[in-house]
Structures are given as C-alpha cells and as structure tokens.
Write a protein that binds this ligand. Structure first.
Ligand SMILES: [Zn+2]
Length: 159
C-alpha cells in the first residue's frame, strides 16, 4: 500500500483538490526556495515563519512533545481534532519505503533470501519508527499549509 491521494483528500478538506505528496521531488532541490523549505522541514520549523520550532527539541534526539502553537508567529499546529490522521498515512508510506530500501540494501550486500532481508529490515527500522511518525507530522503540517494556508490575519503574525 502506498500513500493514496484519495486518502489524503478525504481525511482533510474536501474543498480543495490536491495530488499526492511526493517527498522524492522535494529532495532534488532544484531551486533555492525548495532547499530552504526542505531545510525547514528537516529542522522541524514552523511552515509559516520558518523560525519557531514545532517540537520542544529535535525529533532526531528522542520523542519530543509538540508545541500547541508557534512561539514566533502563533500558528496553531494541530488545527483540529484528528488533524494528524493524514500524518498516519504519510508515516505508513514512509515506513514501507524505508523498510523496502533497507531490505534491498541487505539483499544487495548479503544476498540473503528476500524474506530474511525483510525481517531484518523491519527489525532495523523499529528504532527509527518514533522519529518517522513525528517527521510525518511535520510533512503533514507543511502539506496542509501549502494547499490550505492559515490566513495571516489569524494569529499575531507581524506583517
Ligand atoms: Zn511560526
């Protein structure tokens, strides 16, 4: 199962059509705008001001709690109840992609039977799972703010 665009559309707003988010295209960093977005995603910054942190500390150093709102521009990160359901699909897709990648690497290096590669890939993936699920939330917030931005009037952003 992959991230299905129907899932993403249905779980959130019905009034805007958007296609499935593909992290691969972002990773190519063709323009400086894209690289700064990517940098902000990896540093888990607020999608609106790119300064305030989404989490109390980096997701790569543990399992931090989320801030309710951006400390800099007051953007509310969890917009509504069940908001992060969409992040679960992203998280699931990321998990499958990473497990497949690890399995392929193991297979290429060791030449083991593919089932053994897969089992070890899952075992090696497990320590990453908490970070991946939080990283999916960051991607989800960015995705949501890209297609359905919070109006600058809400929150105390200074413009
Ligand atoms: Zn902000």
């Amino acid at each position: 199962m992959a991230i299905d665009s129907d899932y993403v559309t249905n779980t959130h707003t019905n009034n805007c059509e958007y296609t499935v988010f593909t992290p691969n295209t972002d990773l190519r960093m063709t323009t400086s705008t894209k690289s700064s977005t990517l940098g902000a995603i990896f540093r888990q910054r607020c999608p609106r001001c790119r300064q305030g942190g989404i989490f109390f500390y980096s997701i790569f150093r543990g399992f931090p709690k989320m801030h309710q709102r951006c400390a800099v521009c007051d953007l509310k990160f969890q917009r509504e109840e069940g908001y992060f359901l969409g992040a679960m699909y992203i998280s699931f897709g990321l998990a499958l992609a990473i497990i497949a990648l690890i399995a392929a690497l193991l297979w290429a290096i060791t030449g083991w039977w593919i089932t053994k590669d897969l089992v070890w890939a899952v075992v090696l993936f497990l320590p990453l799972a908490p970070s991946i699920s939080l990283f999916a939330r960051v991607l989800w917030i960015y995705l949501d703010q890209t297609f359905d931005p919070e109006p600058p009037g809400l929150g105390n952003i200074n413009r």
